[in-house]
Design a binder for this molecule. Structure first.
Ligand code: ADP
Length: 529
């Protein structure tokens, strides 16, 4: 049996018995066969000692059981790592950051407590997946949309607390959170926002409650276990329309992004957009490869000329519009007008979709997630031979200048570190969050120790390169939480010191998710970088 760090075998056995008494014997997992299921399928530590493998797992079925588990963990100082459905692939999956932690698996708590299609919100437990909530809404014929994460098998709570993003107008998942119930590390039960008012009638309608607003303290956090969460939903719109804008020249990115920022920040475009260049997907083209292979590489004129000869634009973006049919058509017309001053701009109208959608029409969507229908289609991205990937995901300003700079900086860094020129996946820059771009780079996972070591080294280097340019990650794999946290170092790490002060006060025995986002409990704390 694997042991939690610093816990004697006899103590662990005693604790396991108590966990069994609290949740039922069949819901405490200790065999390697069971526990191995909680390992990270996209681990950058395949076949290495450092892979953080859990010691055991416990799966409570209600808030009182979660409280009981936490109290036992405190008694024996057993680190717990909370998961909802544990599908956070690319960011750590269901595995803990600290090897030997026990996984606190909440997927049995899967009740949909309320869905309201008059004020448009839901109240759910951690085990509720996007598929679960979608089916519930469909079965009951409710007129609300969920905003799924790209793979729909994850949970609303896990994704929102990790500050994941989707595609519809409710795409900033943490921003959509309204009211939480939380078990604190000492077993105390807390409700945030209006939930602190017994018998409140607006727990899911008004976020802030009274006094300091602390709901966000439970996102990317080791301060509590979220057992219920309110989330705002989007009223089913009448229609959805997309329109694609294509511009011919490299520097056209600047007015293109300026126009997008205006449309996004004025709520004319309310969904995720993703600016792309066909050059990213044409690397195998012999003519293009020859241009890149020239001494000194391809010039901007070369690339523009190449694209022009094929009648392809340099950049394009698909803009999504949600709302009444007349309004979305007018919004698209208005967008065209704003971009019309860019010389050579081209527009392509998408198909107007009306809701409720005919189920037969769903497969015709390139990505149904954009209209609130969960899917697992995203697993096609890496190709059949992929062993998975982890994401490097910096946040950059929403300007063409910043994107061009990021493109150069990361291309140069890839070349310098001996990584394949051009990222394997280069997704974005995307507007999952207001007023900035998120760029996602996939780092492949190999089942090869040396390749993974090299990839990990490169990952750490590229985090540093990004930080030197003022770009930080919005979220990261558990293996790099320390590295990323080290870059958020203003005033000699005053943010980390604040986090540690709070952590010590709330979790004095340091049992909850040690190391998460670079925050360690006092007893495990190393000297900070
Ligand atoms: P998903 O259900 O979307 O797959 P995971 O269960 O993999 O999400 O969790 C994603 C991240 O959020 C992990 O860092 C995990 O520790 C954290 N997390 C998940 N559920 C909770 C919860 N109920 N309370 C606090 N943190 C949580």
């Amino acid at each position: 049996m694997r042991l939690p760090p610093g816990v004697a075998s006899a103590d662990f056995s005693a604790a396991l018995e108590q966990f069994e008494a609290a949740v039922g014997k069949q819901w405490v997992f200790t065999s390697d066969e069971d526990v191995d299921l909680y390992r990270d399928s996209y681990s950058p530590f395949w076949h290495e000692q450092e892979e953080p493998v859990p010691s055991a797992a416990v799966a409570p079925d209600g808030v009182e059981q979660v409280q009981a588990v936490v109290r036992i963990a405190n008694k024996y100082r057993i680190p717990l790592w909370t998961i909802s459905t544990g599908k956070n692939l690319g960011y750590g999956g269901s595995a803990p950051l600290l090897g030997g932690s026990m996984v606190l698996d909440l997927k049995r708590m899967d009740r949909i407590l309320e869905v309201n299609d008059k004020n448009h919100y839901a109240l759910v437990e951690p085990g509720v997946s996007y598929f679960d909530l979608y089916r519930y809404i469909q079965d009951k014929g409710l007129k609300v949309w969920i905003d799924p994460a790209d793979p729909g098998w994850g949970s609303l709570i896990g994704n929102a607390v990790d500050r994941g993003g989707g595609r519809t107008p409710m795409r900033d998942h943490f921003d959509a959170v309204c009211g939480m119930e939380v078990v604190l590390p000492d077993g105390e039960l807390l409700r945030t926002g209006m939930g602190a008012l017994p018998n409140s009638k607006t727990w899911q309608q008004y976020k802030y409650g009274f006094g300091p607003y602390i709901t966000p303290a439970f996102s990317q956090s080791s301060l509590g276990i979220v057992t219920k969460m309110g989330i705002w939903l989007f009223p089913e719109p009448e229609a959805y329309l997309t329109g694609t804008v294509t511009v011919p020249k490299r520097d056209d990115l600047k007015p293109l992004v300026a126009g997008m920022a205006y449309l996004l920040n004025s709520n004319i475009v309310m969904g995720t957009t993703s600016v792309g260049s066909p050059l990213n997907f044409m690397r195998a083209d012999p003519q293009l490869a020859a241009l890149y292979a020239k001494p000194g590489g391809a010039t901007t004129e070369d690339l523009e000329g190449f694209l022009h000869s094929r009648n392809i634009g340099y950049w394009s973006v698909e803009l999504p519009f949600y709302g009444p049919a007349k309004v979305v058509q007018a919004q698209w017309e208005y967008a065209k007008q704003r971009f019309s001053s860019i010389e050579g701009v081209k527009f392509q109208d998408g198909k107007l979709r009306r809701f409720p959608i005919d189920p037969a029409e769903v497969p015709s969507f390139q990505n149904s997630v954009a209209v609130g229908i969960p899917s697992l289609g995203v697993f096609g991205v890496g190709g059949a031979r992929s062993n998975g990937h982890i994401w490097f995901s910096p946040v950059v300003p929403m300007t063409g200048e910043a994107v061009l700079e990021a493109q150069k900086v990361f291309t140069d860094a890839y070349a310098e570190f001996g990584m394949p020129t051009g990222p394997m996946f280069f997704l974005g820059p995307a507007s999952n969050y207001a007023r900035c771009f998120l760029i996602l780079f996939g780092f492949p996972i190999e089942h090869d120790v040396e390749k993974n070591k090299k990839n990990r080294e490169n990952f750490m280097k590229i985090v540093k390169v990004a930080a030197e340019h003022g770009w930080g990650e919005y979220r990261t794999h558990t293996a790099f939480m320390q590295t990323v946290s080290d870059t958020y170092s203003f005033n000699d790490h005053s943010l980390r010191r604040f986090h540690e002060t709070v952590k010590d006060a709330i979790d004095p025995n340091g049992i909850l998710s040690p190391g998460k986002c670079g925050i360690w409990p006092k007893r495990m704390r190393k000297a900070t970088a």
